[in-house]
Design a protein around this ligand. Sequence first.
Ligand code: ZN
Length: 287
Amino acid sequence: MFYLGIDIGGTNIKVGLFNNYGRLIQSYKIPTPSNNIFYFLKLSFLEHEFDLEYCVGIGIGVPCPIKDNVILYAPNINLSVGINLEEEFQKLLNKKIKICFYNDANLAALGEYYKSNIKGIAYFITLGTGVGGALIVNGNIIEGVAGLTGEIGHIQIDAKKKKVCGCGGNKHIESYIGVKGTISRFNELSFTKVSDIKEIKNLLDKGSKEVLILLNEYVSYLQQLLDIINKVVNPDDFIFGGGLTDAFGDVILPLIKEKMPSINIRKASLGNEAGFYGAYYLLTKNK
Ligand SMILES: [Zn+2]
């Protein structure tokens, strides 16, 4: 028997396989296709010879607000909006497996809670293709009426340059500190042009001044966001995950600490695997 934890991101889809004892025993990733995401997931299961006959449940994180397996809107990803995704994926798999969809930041926060025992009120922030948030209070994810609690990516900030967000709004934080905004800002600052975060990370490791300018700017935007969340929620801890935290967290988080000494911040202890563990926890917690 096994469980699958899946994290659908704007750039990659990560798949993790858990055995019956909650041990992550296999994982892989595929680039996120521009359409037919479930079809390509199914193909990847076949390639990895997963026999769904023995699969007890699938937990899936998606980078958009979702409630009861129905997406409200999806600016960063091509998934069906307004229909039950569990039924859609079951039909494609031709199997009645339990499939739970959950917001990716919420899923990562659950994983972090399950493995590292978050206490009190924590605000989990994912810095990736999108900017996601999750509010977890004594182990419970607060979803809100429509699953919108924690949708911090579309908070408007004060910025000199206008930028239109994937959702159509203007000056939303995600356009400045998400992957796309970070790459385009770097290319404005530097003669060296890059197309992904890894290249910026390599330049940082080589001591690039432009990357430090970029990250200082990044921190000033992130600070605006944290200031707003802190005024509304005032959590015990801010916990950071996502690909940009992996790449730049060691620079960004100390700078934030310096500027905002009154808040507690730290990196997610599970890194990119937090969503996997969240999925496993979600599928098994009521057993
Ligand atoms: Zn937006």
